[in-house]
Design a protein around this ligand. Structure first.
Ligand code: NAD
Length: 399
């Protein structure tokens, strides 16, 4: 079974807790539209290469589709379809007037010049132009894309459409009608979930995988609230100190694009996957998909796992029962701050308004705390885990 089919079957398992049966949710089975584009990019050495990109519009029952664009070597249509399905659920859970979408370009951006990265962005926007727009499909940043890329994408869209709209892409820079607080919104939303769950963060021992936009930010809010980061991992290494790592030092390394592997205070360096074996109060997965899977799930020590990344636990091969002793705060809730922030940016752009950072963070806190409380109650009332309870609440908003 594909991961899409497997995830969908898990979602549809909970339809008995809604007032509709699974046949009603037939519209979730196949994405509304899948777009595969191939486009040329002229490199700085005048060579032309052809790249493949994808955009999936999963479902627009609640409004235009919304979801990020990732630039990575490993992206493929199946992954984008699955992530678009999760976006449909996430937007519905958060009661946003959006459906789900997602996109990606197969490219490793590490060795691209700024000009080449700009050509990739413009080429992809030209490829998907007919299907995007403020009331059709609204992309945002995701892995290895950022506000600079959203600014270029906005400019390309404005040029082709001969319009002045800024509402086709969210996650733009502040000087280009982006939202104050949008950069922090995913990590902050995850922090709000953790705070609602634990109530008291002070002294919490945290194991954090992924120190980019989402992971770096949640770490900062947790440390400010008194938590200790005892283990930190990025794509090049993992470091551990049971008494807590110096998070400022880690942020300095990351802001200068260096790895935690270069951390020079007292610590142990861990091998791949070894970080999963470290005792902690909270394990945060903020890097990529499929981190916990059938080969390593028995080693996982953290009792509470917060999925800040999309799909970091692969349930393809892990029976839900096998993870019964863990509490998982699921991705569609834990990382929903990003899309809530994006919604505010889009709404500001359409109404020509400008929310302050405080307004953005207060809005996120209110909205995510409310949904978190509802999911927790459903989980307790129905005696189901938080993932299933999130699916139940999301499906109810799709009826
Ligand atoms: P990013 O590119 O800013 O950072 C990714 C981080 O993951 C980096 O620290 C990188 O070193 C680390 N990483 C990558 N591969 C790894 C590996 N194999 N092992 C350990 N670490 C690894 O990305 P981001 O925007 O922070 O996104 C991270 C996750 O959060 C993704 O799954 C993304 O879909 C999800 N997410 C992000 C947002 C957002 O607004 N940024 C919103 C919702 C969900």
């Amino acid at each position: 079974m594909s991961q899409y089919a497997n995830t969908l079957s898990k979602i549809l398992e909970v339809t008995s807790f809604t007032n509709k049966d699974s046949t009603y949710f037939e519209f979730l089975k196949v994405p509304e539209k899948t777009i595969h584009v191939s486009f040329p990019v002229r490199l700085d050495n005048d060579e032309t290469i052809y790249l493949n990109g994808f955009r999936v519009i999963h479902n627009r029952k609640r409004g235009p589709s919304k979801g990020g664009i990732r630039f990575t070597e490993c992206v493929n249509m199946n992954e984008v379809k699955l992530l678009a399905l999760l976006m449909t659920l996430k937007c519905s859970l958060l009661e946003l007037p959006y459906g789900g979408g997602k996109g990606g370009v197969i490219i490793n951006t590490i060795n691209l010049s700024e000009n080449e990265l700009e050509q990739v962005t413009r080429g992809f926007v030209r490829g998907i132009f007919d299907d995007i727009g403020p009331h059709k499909d609204i992309p945002a940043p995701d892995m290895y894309t950022n506000s600079k890329i959203m600014d270029i994408a906005t400019n390309e869209y404005q040029k082709i459409s001969k319009s002045k709209t800024y509402a086709t892409f969210t996650g733009k820079s502040i000087k280009n009608k982006g939202l104050e607080g949008r950069t922090e919104s995913t990590g902050f939303g995850g922090f709000v979930c953790a705070r609602n769950f634990f109530k008291d963060i002070n002294g919490l021992k945290v194991n954090l995988q992924g120190l980019g936009n989402a992971g770096g930010t949640i770490g900062k809010y947790l440390v400010d609230a008194g938590a200790k980061i005892i283990c930190a991992s990025d794509s090049k290494g993992s470091i551990y100190n049971k008494n807590g790592l110096d998070y400022q030092e880690i942020l300095k390394l990351k802001s200068s694009k260096r790895s935690v592997a270069l951390y020079n205070q007292e610590h142990d360096s861990l091998e791949k996957d070894e970080f999963l074996e470290k005792d902690c109060d909270l394990l945060i997965l903020a890097a990529n998909e499929n981190v916990i899977n059938s080969s390593n799930y028995k080693k996982v020590k953290g009792k509470v796992i917060l999925e800040l990344a999309n799909g970091p636990i692969n349930f393809d091969s892990i029976d839900f029962q096998e993870m019964k002793n863990k509490i998982v705060i699921p991705d569609i809730l834990a990382n929903s701050g990003g899309v809530v922030g994006s919604y505010l940016e889009w709404d500001n752009n359409l109404k020509n308004k400008k929310s302050s950072k405080t307004e953005t963070l207060e809005h996120l806190d209110r909205k995510i705390s409310k949904v978190f409380a509802r999911v927790l109650k459903t989980s307790e009332d129905l005696n189901i885990n938080l993932r299933k309870a999130s699916y139940v609440e999301a499906l109810k908003n799709l009826t």
